[in-house]
Design a protein around this ligand. Structure first.
Ligand code: PMT
Length: 409
């Protein structure tokens, strides 16, 4: 994902410095080359050896030592960086940068770089709220610096409030976005994911095996590529990807309402959710008791077909459905493509052990309006998401689609 990308990570002196170690692991795992720059105060919290071990590179902290080095002086560090991240960024660091100061290696590198700079502030909640701090951050934001704001939590000083550094996963996500082509900027994708639950009584429901992984992968990939993402999801065990506008629902009817409310804002709709086709005709107010006989009958009624309803309100939007099948996959999918007035349907055989529900991989066939078919090999769900988004972008722009039938495409 970040193979060979060059990230400089600045670490300043706050208790959240230890969480920067986790961030280095995320970057390295994604294939990035990480150079860590520490301030003097940061070294009071975590030793350089920790970052050197995790990054596999020497840690930089002495401005004048680096000036003497030929290979990687501070200007070279600043020039080589494709992204400069500071996590945690103290109020002091933000204040110095806002004032244009360059009195140590980190501030000098920030001032010298032309790479995007991402700051993840962490501080006491009163410092965060202080108008002087807020003016500094606003000044930097206006100058093009990027921020991942702190979250509300228990702070090291004992206070509870906004000031806790954002999760490393959130900072990582924003880093990937800043390093990705923003080729979906201007699009608003409405994506559904996960299962729906149709309640029989207060303790039981009908549902399916959808984990949400496929839909969340599309949401994550689209957000990284600059789209605004509205994610409507049934119950899953997944964290919504950072930066998406999330709406959690339970039943098919709730999903329908949430989707219709967001329809006007969206330019592309991708329905990866596994919506229950049937629900109990009535929901018992109390737990249904075991009867006398060994059998019972459940009366079911159809849920609203959300995608079919959207097919009737398509306007200029691009409408993409999924088809989860266990037999005659292409025939059933083609029928759904036509019946629901879709532009594209992604068919997957959910009886395969390595595709469809729950697993991290999928093997899909794309059927387009007009008859084009693309059969893809087994891919990671994030790779499926990116390739699908390539097609969506091409369709939206009226550009030619990639040649079908290429390996892995
Ligand atoms: O979540 P994962 O574990 O990662 O699994 C991924 C997946 C298998 C759920 C996903 O790849 C997938 O196939 N999603 C569609 C599942 C489904 O409900 O397929 P379907 O063939 O029953 O429905 C066809 C389309 O109509 C789907 O886009 C569905 O969202 C939509 N639909 C269906 C019924 C209904 N009442 N309303 C709908 O909008």
């Amino acid at each position: 994902m970040l193979t060979g990308r060059r990230i400089v990570l600045g670490v300043t002196g706050g208790i959240a410095a230890y969480r920067a170690a986790e961030l280095v692991r995320w970057y390295v795992k994604a294939g990035a080359e990480v150079q860590v720059v520490m301030t003097d105060a940061a070294r009071q919290f975590v030793t350089p050896l920790t970052f050197q071990t995790l990054s596999g590179n020497p840690v930089h902290y002495e401005l004048f030592n680096l000036i003497q080095e030929r290979d990687i002086g501070h200007i070279a560090l600043a020039d080589r960086a494709e992204l400069l991240v500071v996590a945690p960024a103290t109020a002091n660091l933000v204040g110095k940068v806002a004032g244009g100061l360059a009195d140590d290696l980190l501030t000098t590198t920030i001032l010298a770089t032309r790479a995007p700079v991402l700051l993840a502030p962490a501080m006491n909640s009163n410092m965060w709220a202080n108008p002087l701090y807020q003016q500094n951050q606003a000044r930097l934001a206006a100058a093009g610096f990027h921020f991942v704001d702190p979250v509300v939590g228990l702070l090291a000083c004992g206070w509870e409030g906004q000031g806790k550094m954002a999760e490393p996963a959130t900072i990582f996500e924003e880093s990937v976005r800043l390093l990705s082509p923003q080729d979906l900027a201007g699009e608003t994708l409405l994506i559904t994911a996960g299962p729906t639950r149709e309640e029989l009584d207060p303790v039981r429901f009908l549902s399916n095996y959808s984990s949400g992984k496929m839909g969340y992968a599309i949401a994550r990939a689209a957000r990284r590529r600059g789209a605004r993402v509205l994610l409507v999801s049934g119950p899953t065990a997944l964290e919504p990807p950072a930066g998406v506008e999330y709406c959690g629902v339970t039943s098919a009817e709730q999903m329908r309402q949430a989707v219709l409310e967001r329809l006007a804002e969206s330019s592309v709709i991708v329905k990866a959710a596994a919506v229950a086709d049937y629900r109990p005709a009535s929901r018992a107010g109390q737990k249904i008791k075991k009867g006398v006989g060994s059998r019972t009958t459940l009366e079911l009624e159809q849920t609203p077909d959300i995608l079919a309803e959207l097919g009737g309100k398509k306007a200029q939007r691009l409408l993409v459905g999924f088809a989860a099948e266990t037999e005659q996959v292409l025939e059933h999918a083609r029928r759904k493509l036509e019946a629901k007035n879709l532009d594209l349907i992604v068919a997957n055989d959910v009886s395969a052990a390595d595709a469809g529900f729950e697993v991290d991989t999928n093997r899909v066939t794309l059927l387009y309006r007009g008859g084009r078919v693309e059969e893809w090999l087994l891919l990671d769900k994030l790779a499926v998401a990116h390739r699908l988004l390539d097609r969506i972008r091409a369709l939206r722009r009226g550009e030619p689609l990639p040649e079908p039938g290429c390996a892995g495409q």
